[in-house]
Design a protein around this ligand. Structure first.
Ligand SMILES: CC(=O)SCCNC(=O)CCNC(=O)[C@H](O)C(C)(C)COP(=O)(O)OP(=O)(O)OC[C@H]1O[C@@H](n2cnc3c(N)ncnc32)[C@H](O)[C@@H]1OP(=O)(O)O
Ligand SMILES: CC(C)C(=O)C(=O)O
Length: 539
């Protein structure tokens, strides 16, 4: 795919797998990144920033695998981030070379505060590095993106100089990062206008923006940039990313879709043009959001725009009255437009495989026969305990049953918990180890979850600290499925796990085991001898 610089639509550059993965605890393994990349391709993003190839062997493998398997001809551009150094650019080039449409994204800070305290370099040195490293990246690929990091806090005159140099050295996309989320929309508009006025040779270059959400202005700033001539936006699913995250893909795309007549004039086309402003298949948004939330363990807040559980819910009488009379009184978009079906049929314990499969297809899940069977038997188990199964329940089941399993990991075989106000909470748990030993231990704790976790810790002896534990009810009612999300910290890294069950203590056990398995997998990849010790010291 070649994107014309003068495009009159918005190029969606998705950085869920790079900046999104920088969210503490959102670490993904190669299989998980690949699953998200496939879904991003289905969603229709133009560019997938698959990772930072030089950061770790795991990230290199992820970028390479995504380049090979998702970066097919006519598919998305596959990109790797690289610092402005030869080693980083070489790693990026080696990883993206397998894609039909490879891109290297190189960056260097340009603000005085970064130059003085982080890079410890002069402006002249940074200019020289930008020139040399963009040209170096260009020696590997035609498609080179350049970012002057902390652009919004950079002296504009110096910023223009760096951009001129990057373009002259062969950059095909110039990305303007608001790295610390400091800009207001008006300032963003002025920043982009200034760049377009003062930097020459923009004719063959795509102008891009990358907005962080520190002040909650990421989406507003990205839209302000689009109103001023930017044609690529960098964003992430659910807005995840470093610190407070990035502009949310779903917010930008739906703003452009719902307010098309407002945005059309900025794109040199008739105000009433019906042509979409992005290539995104909006019906895939909800499914993509669920997948990213499940695999990263980053829950979507209920009131999150577009994809939050309450985004299409109406609680108060006056609103419900309006909706019943005429939907548009209180809804500016249809739930179906992001892939949430309106027509919710009720499934229960008497439902068969056909109805189950059909409902899942309506929800956007295309399962293999094996996954369908697994999900169906779990559905029957849960339906025995619940009167009605909602779409949310179905999604939780499918997420649980189809999540990518960590190979040769610890598996829970059986859990039994005793608790109450006149007994010590105790848990007995049977686990299959990576070496296929079946081990049973019992433990007491301050509560049932503590007892389960103490028991698991006796078997899986990987030092970690539980830094987050949360339970979310998937639907209302006493028989609701509960989803438990945990985050466990090992040294500097955080690993998340999620699981759902009608019994939240059981969900808690599976969620914790999921997080430990990811940690175990990470140790296997980065410290094989340490992980082997953990696998064999269980008793
Ligand atoms: C705004 C952003 O999101 S930028 C992307 C952030 N992403 C990441 O950092 C990915 C994960 N990072 C990592 O795995 C590691 O930091 C690595 C592999 C990239 C580098 O690791 P290390 O070599 O150990 O360096 P460390 O992280 O301690 O420090 C960063 C170094 O890069 C330098 N640096 C930072 N940005 C750049 C740049 N754009 N170009 C060149 N050098 C840079 C810093 O000055 C520092 O150099 P110094 O050690 O000479 O002072
Ligand atoms: C690498 C750049 C685009 C970035 O993530 C930032 O500046 O926030």
């Amino acid at each position: 795919m070649s994107i014309q610089p003068q495009t009159d639509r918005v190029i969606i550059f998705d950085t869920t797998l790079r900046d999104g993965e920088q969210s503490p605890g959102a670490t993904l393994n190669v299989e998980e990144k690949l699953a998200i990349a496939h879904q991003l391709a289905l969603l229709g993003v133009d560019v997938i920033e698959a990772g930072f190839a030089a950061a770790s062997p795991g990230d290199f493998a992820a970028v390479k695998t995504i380049a090979q398997e998702v970066g097919v001809s006519g598919g998305p551009i596959i990109c790797s981030l690289a610092r402005a150094t030869r080693q980083d650019i070489q790693a990026a080039a080696q990883a993206v070379q397998y894609a039909a449409h490879p891109r290297i994204h190189t960056m260097i800070s340009t603000s005085d505060i970064h130059l003085k305290y982080q890079l410890r370099k002069s402006r002249e040195e940074v200019l020289a590095i930008a020139k040399e490293m963009v040209a170096y990246a260009k020696s590997f690929v035609d498609d080179v993106e350049f970012s002057p990091m902390d652009a919004s806090r950079t002296d504009p005159e110096f910023l223009y100089q760096v951009l001129e140099v990057a373009i002259a050295s062969g950059a095909t996309t110039i990305n303007i990062p608001d790295t610390v989320g400091y800009c207001t929309p008006k300032e963003m508009a002025m920043l982009i206008q200034g760049i377009r006025e003062h930097v020459s040779n923009f004719d063959n270059v795509i102008l891009s923006v990358h907005t962080q959400n520190d002040l909650g202005l990421a989406t507003a700033n990205a839209l302000a940039a689009l109103e001023n001539g930017v044609r690529q936006v960098e964003c992430t699913i659910n807005g995840i990313g470093e610190r407070a995250g990035n502009a949310a893909l779903e917010e930008i795309v739906m703003a452009l879709q719902v307010r098309k007549p407002y945005f059309n004039p900025y794109f040199n086309r008739p105000v009433d043009s019906e042509a979409p402003l992005t290539n995104i298949k909006t019906q895939e948004i909800y499914k993509t959001s669920c997948l990213v939330s499940q695999l990263t363990g980053m829950q979507v807040q209920a009131n999150k725009a577009i994809v939050g559980a309450n985004a299409f819910a109406h609680e108060s009488g006056i609103h419900q009255d309006g909706i019943l009379k005429h939907r548009q009184t209180y809804e500016i978009m249809e739930a179906a437009s992001i892939g949430l079906p309106e027509n919710r049929i009720v499934l229960g314990k008497h439902s068969g495989r056909n109805a189950f499969r059909t409902r899942l297809q309506e929800l956007g899940f295309q399962l293999s026969e094996a996954d369908l069977n697994k999900a169906f038997s779990r559905f029957k188990e849960v339906a025995d305990k619940k009167k009605e199964m909602s779409d949310w329940d179905l999604e939780a089941i499918v997420r649980d049953e189809t999540q990518i399993q960590v190979e040769n990991a610890f598996q829970i075989e059986h859990i039994q918990v005793i608790c109450g106000d006149s007994t010590y909470p105790s848990a007995t748990i049977t686990v299959v180890t990576p070496e296929r030993q079946i081990l049973t231990v019992a433990s007491v704790g301050t509560g049932p979850v503590d007892a389960v976790y103490q028991a698991i810790n006796q078997l899986v002896k990987i030092p970690n600290q539980l830094i987050e534990f949360s339970v979310q009810s998937v639907t209302g009612g006493i028989d609701a499925l509960g989803t438990v999300t945990v985050r466990a910290q090992h040294q500097e890294r955080i690993f998340s796990g999620q699981a759902s069950d009608t019994d939240i203590v059981v969900a808690a056990a599976y969620a914790y085991m999921n997080a430990l398995n990811r940690l175990y997998r990470y140790l296997q990849q980065s410290e094989p001898t340490v992980s082997a010790d953990f696998a064999t010291t269980v008793h």
